[in-house]
Ligand binder design. Structure first.
Ligand code: SF4
Ligand code: FES
Length: 331
């Protein structure tokens, strides 16, 4: 096992582990943000630079620091390595620069974007972004391309993380889209206007960190923080059938994979579960989904029908309100 210390916390990891995954084993605020790395997609990472960290000690054998900040999703851990993430001013300044760069061409249309509330770039810009822009040139915009009846592509929002390309490569039988062009002409497109409709293609929507790929069956139906997510499953012959159902009142308005604490789906789901099973009777409901209190989706979201009773600390107050207190705890 190799010992690595990240922001003063030491952890032992297997050889071959990246700094990002070592930080994920520790968890909490010291985990660098990742906009392109996706643990379930082979070869992902190394594109967005949001996960930059400072290696202040290379290893026990060679303690020299690394000369530049490194992408933690692509840098392997060495024994005795020391890494700084949120404890380094240099890293935080660089991350601000990366966010500014990503936002150069990304429109600030969160009020009308379906991804708002679960967009990693939105969270990143709240945490590291500047309030104003220094960019004075015309932003790039794109003509709309139709990529099928289930998925909407909004190329102006794409940050070219390549995750959707990897989903198509690794999960679907044949990839019909990719990054066309290079440099600032690079864009996501289908080869000769083909439709993306392979059986697992809907997972492109879940892995897209921004609102560039959205679910056409859900578009403009509701803001995500007004919906009620529940975990549900069905006996599916194609995938695990384990999903999150997003309710508006009694109606299932969206079906997605279940995302973990790092915003990655736990298991990829098939298009039939995602697009064709929108009745409660299609599913076995497991219960309300646990939502991080940091997420706007947690507003008005209860995972229990029993309110937590407020117990007065003052015994006189407790005695005076005994009847009401007992009534509350019995609900
Ligand atoms: S469309 Fe989304 S998933 Fe695909 S490259 Fe662009 S940002 Fe990444
Ligand atoms: S997550 Fe490491 S470069 Fe994008």
């Amino acid at each position: 096992m190799l010992k690595v210390t990240i922001d003063g916390i030491t952890v032992e990891v297997e050889p071959g582990t990246t700094i990002l995954n070592a930080a994920r084993q520790i968890g909490g605020d010291i985990v660098p943000p990742a906009m392109c790395y996706y643990s379930k997609l082979e070869g992902s990472g190394g594109k967005c630079r949001t996960c930059l960290v400072k290696v202040s000690k290379g290893s026990e054998k060679d303690p020299r620091p690394m000369p530049k900040l490194v992408a933690s999703c692509r840098t392997g851990v060495m024994d005795g390595m020391e890494v700084q993430n949120i404890t380094s001013e240099e890293v935080l300044t660089a991350r601000k620069g990366v966010v500014e760069m990503l936002l150069i061409n990304h429109p600030l249309d969160c009020p009308i974007c379906d991804q708002a509330g679960e967009c990693h770039l939105q969270d990143l810009s709240y945490e590291h972004g500047l309030q104003e822009t220094r960019y004075e040139f015309e932003r790039r915009t794109f003509d709309k391309i139709d990529i099928g009846d289930k998925i909407q592509l909004h190329m102006t929002r794409c940050i070219l993380c390549y995750r959707c390309v990897m989903v198509a490569d690794q999960l679907t039988p044949e990839r019909v889209h990719g990054v066309l062009g290079r440099g600032d002409a690079a864009e996501i497109g289908t080869y000769i206007e083909k439709a993306v409709d392979n059986d697992f293609s809907g997972n492109m929507i879940d892995v897209c960190p921004v609102g560039a790929l959205t679910d056409k069956t859900f578009r403009f139906k509701n803001r995500v923080w007004f919906t009620k997510p529940v975990d549900a499953h069905r006996d599916c012959p194609t995938c695990s059938g384990k999903v999150a159902l997003w309710y508006k009142g009694e109606e299932v308005i969206r079906v997605t994979g279940r995302k973990d604490e790092f915003g990655e789906v736990e298991e990829f789901i098939c298009n039939e579960c995602r697009f064709d099973k929108k009745n409660t009777s299609d599913w076995i409901i497991e219960g309300p989904r646990k939502i991080s209190h940091k997420s706007v989706i947690s507003a008005n979201h209860y995972d229990s029908l029993h309110p937590t009773p407020v117990i007065p600390k003052n015994p006189a107050l407790l005695e005076a309100n005994k009847e009401q207190f007992e009534r509350t705890t019995k609900i």
